[in-house]
Design a protein around this ligand. Structure first.
Ligand code: UD1
Length: 387
């Protein structure tokens, strides 16, 4: 086995996507690389962690992402199997394409797997959305974040608090650059093309009249293993949502994991078919339209906490912690956990007009990817010449 040499190859920036939340982060980065003067060559690799049309292909269309240059087609599996499979399949791609660096985004298994292979081969790792911490190491994403940041050479942060997290973990400040939030670049780019909530419901054969209730409607997404993998927890959440739905009709975009568990645990009876409309995972333009028109979004997603803050729509996060504290401190986000009373009270406050208004955080301005392209270009130019 060769010792790693700390030198970049002569090839393109190898840009990795794997799972749904990666796609909205990578789309603006690729556009910014193409628009940079001179253009920054990029090679797009999809690990195939998410593979359903609704979880992957449709998002490529909605976000105007180019077709991946490579698809590793790893598919689903345990954390170990999935991570290992990505590692095995990315290695020959790095050998063949000799990237000048490997750029990973977010915190999914593909992020860590590709970063780990790259660093051991001496290829610099660039991490976009670095330094976010929930403080909860039971979350697989938290492990992915901590480890990816430890082995990254250039780290781009979305909020100022991330730097303090990185410094606490011994990351050299010189490696960190505050760039703002690339997810919000995607939101700005797609907003004019967002699909109306009524059109989305109609497309699924549902009656949009529900959206016109006096209180409007709420949007729900749930997929965290801590919320949906345990039968009692999922039952409790569905019961709470059923009660909420009596005063606020809900549109529920179901992740495949959640749909499978509702069936497996025999919980379909907990759904009020009239006031809780179930949809499959939505495209980006549909989700944007649904969120923008909502009275409140109830979610355990990381991305939706940020997107609702950017849209100024109140968000209740059904988790005990968040790695995105700025959405609570400055934005429209409130943490309600899984507590029945807290969720009901959060919704009641919003219906009474006491929802958080919030403000858009610093540098969530639609230009984060351009700042990354500029910085990365300078940074690459300052590194030793390719071998
Ligand atoms: C992954 C990410 C999570 C992210 C989420 C967004 C990790 C550790 N987790 O979780 O951070 O918020 O994506 O969706 O990387 N499945 C399908 N079709 C697909 C993909 C998955 O049916 O296209 C099903 C499979 O049964 C699979 C399950 O969903 O076992 C979970 O998929 P997986 O990629 O393992 O994790 P997510 O829960 O989606």
């Amino acid at each position: 086995m060769n010792e790693a040499v700390s030198r970049s190859g002569p090839g393109p920036v190898m840009c990795i996507v794997g799972a749904r939340p990666n796609f909205m982060k990578m789309a603006p980065i690729l556009r910014a690389f193409a628009a940079h003067e001179p253009p920054i060559p990029a090679l797009l690799v999809h690990t195939g962690q998410h593979y359903d049309a609704s979880m992957s292909d449709q998002l490529f269309v909605d976000l105007q992402l180019p077709r991946p240059d490579l698809n590793l087609e790893v598919g689903s599996g345990s954390h170990a199997a999935q991570t290992a499979e990505v590692m095995k399949r990315i290695e020959p791609a790095i050998d063949e394409h000799k990237p000048c660096c490997v750029l990973v985004v977010g915190d999914v298994n593909s992020t860590l797997a590709c970063a780990l292979v790259a660093v051991k081969k001496g290829v610099p790792v660039v991490h976009v959305e670095a330094g976010l911490r929930s403080g909860d190491r039971r979350m697989p994403e938290e492990i992915n974040r901590v480890l990816t940041d430890q082995i990254s050479d250039r780290l781009y942060t979305t909020e100022r608090s991330a730097l303090a997290n990185l410094l606490r973990e011994g990351v050299d400040e010189a490696r960190v650059c505050f760039a703002g939030n690339v997810m919000i670049d995607s939101l700005h780019a797609a907003r004019p093309r967002a699909r109306s909530a009524a059109d989305t419901l109609r497309a699924h054969g549902l009656d949009p009249v529900m959206l016109q209730s006096k209180s409007g409607y709420g949007v729900v997404t749930l997929h965290r293993p801590s919320n949906v993998d345990d039968a009692d927890t999922l039952r409790g959440l569905l019961q709470t949502l059923r009660e909420v739905a009596q005063s606020l009709p809900l549109v529920f975009a179901l992740h495949p994991r959640t749909r499978a568990n509702i069936e497996r645990f025999g919980l379909a009876g907990q759904i009020d078919a009239v006031r809780m409309l179930l949809l499959p995972p939505q495209g980006y333009l549909e989700m944007l339209g649904l969120m923008a028109g909502a009275t409140v979004v109830l979610t355990d997603s990381g991305g939706l906490q940020e997107e609702t803050t950017a849209l100024g729509v109140p968000c209740l996060t059904l988790r005990e912690n968040t790695e995105r504290p700025i959405t609570v401190e400055q934005g429209t986000n409130t943490m309600v956990g899984r507590d029945h009373a807290a969720i009901r009270a959060g919704v009641a406050d919003i219906l009474a007009g006491r929802g958080k208004r919030g403000r858009v955080p610093e540098s969530w301005d639609g230009h984060a990817a351009a700042r990354i392209a500029d910085d990365l270009w300078r940074w690459l130019a300052g590194r030793p010449a390719a071998s």
